[in-house]
Design a protein around this ligand. Structure first.
Ligand code: 5GP
Ligand code: ZN
Length: 113
C-alpha cells in the first residue's frame, strides 16, 4: 500500500520514533509546529476519521491514552497541550492514515494556530 505512515510503521522509511506498542506508534513530526510535536498512529491502516468502525473504538481510545502518557513524560501534562486530528481536505488532512497530533511546550490559541 502506498501509505507514508504504513511505511514508517514497517520501517521502510526512517522516523524519529518515540513510543511503540503492539497497536500504536508515535514519532516526531518532520515539520514541528510546537517545541514538542508528535504524531500518534494506529499500526492498522485507517485512512480517515470517517473510516473508523465500531471494532476500532478501543484502538482510537488508545491513541488518546498514548497522547496523555507522552504529555506526562514530556512534562507538560499539567500546564497543558493540544491534540488534533484533521479529517479530509477542509480539515487539513494531508496524510491519509489517521494520526493524532500531540503538541506541547507553548501556548496555543483558539480556534486557529
Ligand atoms: P495532517 O496534515 O495530515 O494532519 O498531518 C500530517 C503530518 O505529517 C504533518 O504535520 C507533516 O509535517 C507530517 N509529515 C509528513 N511527512 C512526514 C514524514 O515523512 N515524516 C514525519 N515524521 N512526519 C511527516
Ligand atoms: Zn497507512
Amino acid at each position: 500500500m502506498d501509505c507514508l505512515f504504513c511505511k514508517i510503521i514497517e520501517r521502510e522509511i526512517p522516523a524519529d520514533i518515540v513510543y511503540e506498542d503492539d497497536d500504536v506508534l508515535a514519532f516526531n513530526d518532520i515539520n514541528p509546529q510546537a517545541p514538542t510535536h508528535m504524531l500518534i498512529v494506529p499500526k492498522q491502516h485507517i485512512a480517515t476519521l470517517n473510516d473508523i468502525e465500531e471494532g476500532d473504538l478501543a484502538l482510537v481510545g488508545r491513541l488518546q491514552f498514548t497522547a496523555a502518557k507522552l504529555a506526562e513524560e514530556k512534562g507538560f501534562a499539567e500546564e497543558g497541550y493540544r491534540v488534533v486530528m484533521n479529517c479530509n481536505d477542509q480539515g487539513g488532512q494531508t496524510v491519509f492514515h489517521i494520526h493524532m497530533h500531540l503538541m506541547g511546550g507553548r501556548r496555543f490559541t483558539w480556534p486557529a494556530g
